[in-house]
Design a protein around this ligand. Structure first.
Ligand code: IDP
Ligand code: MG
Length: 151
């Protein structure tokens, strides 16, 4: 089953939106397999956002993501990567579709509340970066067959 890595960033934590964001992913039918509330070191932030190194917003992005705790999570489901990106909405909140988290709760790209993996491969890498294997919980959800089935 496909997995994706999700962060409620410091602005989401400070604004009391952890529950709202989890509720949207849970409500959609995705299954939580790992979660931890944590401070982010500069080193972890730099590894997570290595792809953006050198861009104009990079230094501010590292300051932002290390400025307060985050809620780091792994969610699972068919097409989890695309589903979660869709629920988060476009990176720039003024381009995010109504009903998405970034549309409904954010105004600027610099405070856009969440991170979600943008591909299955990056999801695997990010999960490995943020979680140890023992922190991922394999479990059977009673409702799985009512949500995950295709037929
Ligand atoms: P994503 O979070 O939707 O995948 P990315 O392009 O990967 O978007 O950018 C990572 C994060 O960097 C964004 O979520 C946002 O917080 C920040 N960011 C991206 N572009 C800008 C910008 O132009 N100004 C300020 N921050 C930016
Ligand atoms: Mg990205």
């Amino acid at each position: 089953m496909e997995r994706t890595f999700v962060l409620v960033k410091p602005d989401g934590v400070q604004r009391g939106l952890i529950g709202e964001i989890i509720a949207r992913l849970e409500g959609r039918g995705l299954k939580l397999v790992a979660a931890k509330f944590m401070a982010v070191s500069k080193e972890l932030a730099e590894r997570h956002y290595a792809i953006h190194k050198g861009k104009s917003f990079y230094d501010g992005l590292i300051r932002y993501i290390t400025s307060a705790p985050v809620m780091a999570m792994v969610w699972e489901g068919p097409n989890a990567v695309a589903l979660v990106r869709q629920t988060m909405g476009a990176t720039r909140p003024h381009e995010a579709a109504p009903g998405t988290i970034r549309h409904d709760f954010a105004l600027t790209v610099g405070r856009n509340l969440t991170h979600a993996s943008d591909s299955v491969e990056n999801g695997i890498k990010e999960i490995e970066l943020w979680f140890s294997p023992g922190e991922l919980v394999a479990w059977v959800r009673a409702s799985d067959e009512w949500i995950f089935e295709d037929n």
